[in-house]
Design a protein around this ligand. Structure first.
Ligand code: ADP
Ligand code: ZN
Length: 600
């Protein structure tokens, strides 16, 4: 929360700075235009000094008008209407010369005009304006970039971290690699003597929240070396060239404190493939090039290991992955069941739990969660327990925290009409009853008509196993379960509603993937379509093929809808009991649902 506020403040500050800069630039432009306009007459120095002298000698000059404080004279020639402006190099010697000439009988009206003081001041001010604005602008830019005196917002951070391997749960294979890196940092000599090259860059690949930063910190902590970190997105700024200079500074710092760890988060922000040379990309290139230069320039004596994190390694410029750069990769996967339990155990330290809490069963319910999300759940649970004035965290607190993290905050206070409630109850009961009769979908965890996020209600499934693969049968049954809601509305209420739009979206996505990605349609065959990789793939297959694919997707979802209706038509009594109990209690837990179904 706090850091979010800070971010907001920084953003606001930056926005204001941008607005002020724009205003200043506009003033500068307007000022310059005014200044040029005002001085336009002066600039019209269409008559040279030597021409003037000749004209005086020849007696062609009728009048010379000098304006005080200016070195321009207005000259009226005998036969001409318009006065000419002449730049006078030295006014004193010109006056002397004119006096001499007058004495020699050449007639010149010599006028000296005093210029308006106000105009004088304005003129001086205007002439300085662009310079003043430029100075202010440069100052602001520096401040914004954190290079000024105080604004170190975006500077890299050097830390001593106490994080150790024992703080990183699971990731046993990854730890093996990490131990090696720690060894390099601790005993660089040993490896050099053996002629082994110390690794320079290690790429940590994985989803956000899987613990990449944690791993980098743990390596620094175990090796007891400084941890210098910066995020890739911070290198990319509006002002060209600064990214590269930041990289230079980062490594300057690293060289001073080596051996050390340099951690670059979101490296894809600077290291994505160099394609075109539009503005932003050029800036990225400079930054990226500087990074490559720095990494290539490491001395064998210096032990600086650069760890970089990304969740899109395929996006990275190949140059980054060459030997001597980021030539090692550690893939940080989502934690499996044991991993999740271990992570929960780590974050449970220092918290009081009630007897009924079983971390293993929470781990079972959280397949697909990242370490960060698991840590967040326990933290939310602790907050809930505090609010509820408990002495320890109960299972209920954890369950609520889990729901909060997954589906959004409960909205008890949203007023829902009785009619809507009834429809939601029928819809959710439909999902649950249909699922009950599907071998792969039957593990219902909870049915609820309490609105959460944008959903009016929800049916939650237990996710006890970690699966690598999903079978065709399971996907088909998933489609049927998804249509359970709409089918129930149709059969029990005689009409369907918009409430099923999300179900339809998910179902259509699944059906499309079955046909075009997983080759699960017999008619379409073993086709894998990837338009990102090959935009012309559909053309290659031909129009007719497109029709077949479309028909196949349609028949998958239509069949599923039909099957859902068939199941419900045979179990209308169950649908009624479940939906009525939902209306009454708002929530039905797994055990109660099983009980109802067993009695049908
Ligand atoms: P990433 O850098 O991959 O986005 P982080 O390292 O910032 O993720 O992880 C965020 C937080 O999640 C960590 O500070 C830690 O509290 C928790 N976490 C993530 N993975 C693990 C793990 N394997 N073991 C323990 N805690 C973890
Ligand atoms: Zn639904």
């Amino acid at each position: 929360m706090e850091s979010k506020n800070n971010d907001n403040k920084n953003n606001k500050k930056q926005n204001i700075t941008i607005i002020i800069s724009v205003i200043l630039i506009v003033i500068a432009i307007v000022g310059t235009i005014l200044f040029m306009k005002y001085n336009k007459k002066d600039e019209n120095k269409d008559f040279s000094y030597s021409q003037l002298l000749t004209s005086i000698d020849e007696g062609l000059v009728e009048e010379v008008e000098m304006v005080e404080g200016s070195n321009t004279a207005k000259v009226k020639l005998v036969n001409e209407e318009e006065k000419k402006n002449v730049l006078i190099p030295s006014i004193d010697s010109f006056m002397e010369l004119v006096q001499n000439k007058s004495e020699n009988g050449i007639k010149i009206n010599f006028n000296q005009k005093e210029r308006n003081i106000f105009v004088n001041i304005l003129r001086t001010l205007l002439s300085f304006l662009p310079t003043i604005i430029l100075v202010v602008l440069v100052f602001m830019i520096f401040k914004m970039q954190g290079l000024g005196e105080k604004g170190k917002v975006y500077d890299s951070e050097t830390q001593r971290t106490k994080t150790k391997f024992e703080d990183v749960a699971g990731l046993d294979e990854e730890k093996q690699e990490m131990i090696e890196i720690v060894d390099f940092l601790k005993h660089p000599k040993k490896f050099q003597e053996m002629g082994a090259k110390v690794p320079r860059g290690v790429l940590l690949c994985g989803n956000p929240g899987t613990g990449k930063t944690l791993i980098a910190k743990a390596i620094a902590g175990e090796a007891d070396v400084p941890f210098i970190s910066m995020s890739g997105s911070e290198f990319i700024e509006m002002f060209a060239g600064l990214g590269a200079s930041r990289v230079r500074k980062l490594f300057e710092k690293a060289r001073k404190v080596a051996p050390c760890i340099v951690f670059i988060d979101e490296i894809d922000a600077i290291g994505s493939r160099r394609t075109s040379s539009s503005g932003a990309e050029t800036e990225n290139n400079q930054t990226l090039n500087q990074l490559l230069v720095e990494m290539d320039g490491f001395d064998t004596e210096e032990t600086i290991i650069v760890l970089a994190a990304t969740n899109r390694p395929e996006m990275l410029d190949k140059a980054l992955l060459r030997p001597g750069r980021f030539d090692r990769q550690i893939t940080v996967a989502l934690p499996d069941l044991n991993g999740r339990e271990a992570i929960l155990n780590i974050h449970a330290k220092g918290k009081q739990f009630a007897e009924d809490v079983n971390l293993r069963s929470i781990a079972e319910d959280t397949a697909g969660f990242t370490g960060a999300e698991l840590a967040n759940i326990l933290n939310e649970a602790a907050i809930l327990a505090t609010i509820r004035e408990r002495t320890s965290i109960t299972n209920k607190d954890i369950e609520d925290a889990l729901k909060k993290v997954t589906v959004g905050i409960e909205k008890h206070n949203r007023v829902v009409s009785e009619k809507d409630k009834k429809r939601t109850a029928v819809h959710e009961a439909g999902h649950a009853v249909v699922s009950h009769f599907l071998e792969t979908q039957k593990d219902i965890k909870e049915i609820s008509i309490i609105p959460r996020g944008i959903a009016g209600g929800y049916t939650m499934y237990k996710s006890s196993e970690d699966k690598c693969y999903i079978s065709k049968n399971e996907m088909e049954e998933k489609l049927i379960a998804l249509f359970g809601g709409r089918a129930a509305e149709k059969l029990a209420l005689g009409d369907i509603s918009t409430g099923a739009s999300n179900d339809l979206e998910v179902a259509n996505d699944i059906a499309k993937n079955m046909v075009t990605v997983y080759g699960m349609s017999d008619t379409v065959g073993q086709i894998h379509i990837n338009l990102e990789k090959d935009p012309y793939q559909l053309e290659l297959l031909g129009d007719k093929y497109g029709d077949i694919i479309g028909n196949e997707i349609k028949s998958l979802v239509d069949n599923a809808y039909f099957k859902a209706q068939t199941i419900l038509a045979n179990h209308m009594d169950a649908l009624e009991v479940v939906s009525n109990e939902l209306l009454e209690n708002e929530v039905i837990a797994a055990d109660r649902f099983e009980e109802i179904m067993a009695n049908m």
